[in-house]
Design a protein. Structure first.
Length: 398
């Protein structure tokens, strides 16, 4: 057994293992079939066909039309592109509505736009991470260019009612973009009859490769590209296509569509057993967002009296991979902006750990983790109260 086999990977919201079927499908496009899809000779036709098949498969997962899919380099690009596009159409439209719990690819982009003349309303959430839809209605103004709200939260798994939000925006005649990077492949999405204008996704969150994403642009919605150059992607995203990764995204989408129902149930059962046992074995623990609709794979805990970075280090010694809130902040001492926005108190925000399950986790991963987590928490609490066992731990300096 190699060290890699021993890893217990419970950080599937950060990224996922490539599905072997995805690797198999993309390999020919990294080797023999290397033609440029824009070339007119026959050698360019195979990559071109690969891209179009991927577009159809991605559209099938989202229940939309293939020509509504624009391939991008990642979820971050998709999020930036949707917001940027909306700001370019209506010169009056310089107001954006978003939330305080978005991923940094929306949050920081909006903060940056605010410094450059846009007005941004950041909606708050309640203690369960829910939005107040009446507050959303009140926030929309005549000069609102776009509402951008995530479908599912990467830290807590809390699911926003994206379809209902889209209807509100439609009634108010304002564009709606949803960052569905954590939702796609985990919960069913039907865009056909929805009022959603733009939706972002990223392949590496559902067993595809990193560095490839897509933006769904509803047929009714005008879109102006952020990346200008050649006429690729029907003029909506310039740059020679990342053929192998696009093909891989398509295959990952097909696999997600095939296994969604079975996988949702299996992963939810595993997650629920994990949460139940941790609650039984550890005192002073709460589950963030437990009172509302959540993704089936995500557990966000707050443990009283610990620092999450210290817990991460101890868990890492047991080869358990999880994260403190979002992976983007790992290594930073700052508490989760999501948990802070939920007003749960500084201690709960600082003592948070996120475990996220996925397709390749066997039940034995849960068995092992429910043995280790209580010991780690006990040790850290002992350290802070001065009653720890003698074994020295590196985390004391964290
Ligand atoms: N949006 C959410 C909710 C995410 O969780 C992430 C990744 O962590 C992103 C956007 C960014 O996606 P990418 O890593 O493809 O840029």
């Amino acid at each position: 057994m190699t060290a890699k086999d021993e890893i217990i990977y419970l950080d599937n919201n950060a990224t996922t293992q490539l599905d072997p079927a995805v690797v198999e499908e993309m390999l020919p496009f990294l080797t023999a079939s290397y033609g440029n899809p824009s070339s007119s000779y026959k050698f360019g036709a195979e990559p071109r066909k690969g891209i179009e098949r991927a577009r159809e498969r991605t559209a099938a997962l989202l229940d939309c039309e293939p020509d509504e899919i624009v391939f991008t380099s990642c979820g971050t690009e998709s999020n930036n592109a949707a917001i940027n596009s909306s700001l370019q159409f209506d010169p009056r439209g310089k107001h954006i509505v978003t939330s305080a719990v978005e991923h940094s690819s929306v949050l920081r982009h909006c903060q940056d736009l605010a410094k450059r003349g846009c007005e941004v309303t950041f909606l708050g959430v309640d203690g369960d991470g829910n939005l107040d839809l009446d507050e959303l209605v009140r926030a929309i103004r005549p000069d609102t260019a776009i509402v951008s709200l995530m479908w599912a939260n990467n830290e807590t798994g809390v699911v926003f009612p994206a379809e209902k939000i889209a209807e509100i925006c439609c009634e108010k005649r304002v564009l709606f973009h949803t960052d569905a990077v954590q939702a796609v492949g985990k919960i069913p999405i039907h865009l056909r009859d929805s009022a959603i204008n733009f939706l972002s996704l990223s392949a590496h969150k559902f067993h595809g490769p990193k560095g490839i994403g897509a933006l769904h642009v509803n047929r009714r919605s005008r879109f102006r590209p952020s990346i200008i150059g050649g006429g690729q992607e029907n003029g909506r995203r310039a740059g020679t296509e990342n053929v192998a990764s696009i093909v891989a995204l398509g295959k990952a989408a097909e696999r997600a569509a095939e296994s969604m129902e079975e996988e949702q149930t299996r992963v939810r059962t595993m997650r629920d057993r994990f949460e139940k046992t941790i609650r039984e074995r550890v005192s002073g623990v709460s589950i963030n967002g437990a009172g509302t609709v959540r993704l089936p794979n995500t557990s966000s805990f707050s443990f009283d009296g610990i620092e999450s970075n210290a817990a991460l280090m101890l868990l890492d010694r047991h080869s358990i991979c999880c994260s403190a809130g979002s992976a983007c902040r790992t290594g930073s001492q700052e508490a989760s902006h999501v948990l802070r926005a939920m007003n749960l108190g500084e201690e709960r925000a600082r003592g948070s750990l996120r475990f996220s399950f996925g397709r390749f986790n066997p039940e034995s991963d849960v068995d092992r983790t429910i043995e280790i987590v209580p010991k780690v928490i006990e040790k850290l609490r002992g350290l802070s109260s001065g009653t720890a066992a003698e074994e020295p731990v590196a985390v004391q300096t964290v």
